[in-house]
Design a protein around this ligand. Structure first.
Ligand code: PLP
Length: 383
């Protein structure tokens, strides 16, 4: 199995090429990660110790924010970010229906009402014009999602938020390392949520997440909320959760964080190769907007004959994924909750046509070559 360098790695593989491969992303750093994890085991300190504190400081430096608070998952990061920034029952929060369920379920979990604005088909992110049309006097916050690794249009969103006094909570679960004019996502709104789910850009070894913010008060609230609402040794002053990032997880993530730029550059170079194969075909390929850095958390194209293409990939040993087959509000449990969604026609097009190809930093040159060959065969069969 390849170890992930684009050049020089010519080892032969013949198996099915999965869309994700967390083990291949672990292997190059295996010895360092094992050493880091073993040292935590030996230390006897497993909860909220040195590793979490160091990881938080290192991730804050990487992102260019003042505070990072490690939590148990990206979902909890969203929930705690919402609570720490004062979103409550009765508030409305504008977000995209074209995302993972957790983006919107966290809004419901604080008792607020999700209001869904349509996306742009250029980058699959929330469209600021539709955000404006969704605003009411109850609107308290906007959650833009940096989907697939491409930043949401933060300049326009922040302009709206500043004008109407709204909180901006970035869902950066898929986009660690992405940038807008040289600034990292997660440093652009009031507060941000990251996920270290194993298939993410900075993939952990189990669940994990983090909140990033420049706001001291939000950070202090988040620290209390993740630890039962604790604000002193025996003092609990807010209804909190048990949502701590584990020491073992933090120790392993610290190792991977040192290599994250390399991993992102690898993803970008794979994307360039796929783009070259698909340029000039009927596919809509991912675009990087001017001034932005795409980190390809997923490599997603749009294809009007998705079912046939998916079958073709499968038959030729190439994995794929559909993110997302339906707008969030079409999931059945939403019937039981208050929400608002307009027509969202562009979201519906995306749900019908998107398909994601193998993308991770552990892809070998040989695997990228095989995927490219399958893409070439498909485009030839289409012309
Ligand atoms: C856009 C988005 N938001 C939130 C989450 C939730 O993160 P987690 O799985 O770590 O809870 C994910 C990923 O799973 C995601 O892709």
């Amino acid at each position: 199995m390849g170890r992930g360098s684009m050049d020089g790695d010519t080892q032969q593989t013949s198996g099915f090429i999965d869309i994700f491969n967390p083990a291949a992303e672990y292997r190059p750093y295996g010895p360092e990660i094992k050493e880091a994890v073993l040292s935590v085991l030996d230390s006897g300190g497993y909860i909220l110790g040195e590793q979490v504190a160091q990881f938080e400081a290192e991730l804050a430096a990487y992102l260019g924010v003042r505070h990072v608070v490690g939590v148990a998952s990206g979902t909890d990061a969203l929930l705690i970010a919402l609570r720490a920034s004062g979103v409550r029952r009765g508030d409305e929060v504008i977000t995209t229906p074209f995302s993972f369920i957790a983006t919107a379920s966290s809004i419901l979990r604080v008792g607020a009402k999700p209001v869904f604005a349509d996306i742009s088909l250029e980058d699959y992110n929330i469209d600021p014009h539709t955000v404006r049309a969704c605003m009411s006097k109850r609107t308290k916050a906007i959650i833009p999602v940096h989907l697939y690794g491409h930043p949401a249009p933060m300049e326009d969103i922040k302009e709206l938020a500043n004008r109407y006094g709204l909180v901006v909570i970035e869902d950066a679960a898929q986009s660690l390392g992405a940038e807008v004019r040289g600034k990292k996502v997660g440093s652009l709104g009031h507060v941000a949520a990251f996920s270290f789910y194993p298939t993410k850009i900075l993939g952990g070894f189990g669940d994990g997440g983090a909140i990033a913010t420049d706001d001291h008060e939000i950070a202090e609230k988040a620290k209390a909320l993740r630890d039962h609402g604790r604000t002193g040794k025996d003092e609990y002053s807010v209804l909190g959760y048990n949502s701590r990032l584990d020491e073992i997880q933090a120790a392993a993530l610290r190792v991977k964080l040192r290599y994250v730029e390399q991993m992102v550059e690898k993803r970008r170079s794979v994307a360039q190769i796929y783009n070259q194969m698909l340029e000039g075909t009927s596919f809509a390929i991912p675009r990087e907007s001017e001034g932005m850095r795409h980190v390809y958390g997923l490599y997603t194209v749009r294809c009007s004959s998705r079912e046939r293409f998916a079958e073709f990939l499968q038959r030729n040993g190439v994995g794929y994924g559909i993110y997302y087959p339906r707008p969030i509000f079409d999931n059945s449990f939403f019937e039981k909750y208050p929400f608002f969604a307009g027509d969202c026609p562009r979201t519906r097009v995306a749900c019908r046509e998107v398909i994601s190809l193998p993308m991770h930093s552990g892809l070998s040159a040989e695997e990228v070559g095989r995927v490219s060959e399958v893409l070439r065969k498909w485009s030839e069969s289409e012309t």
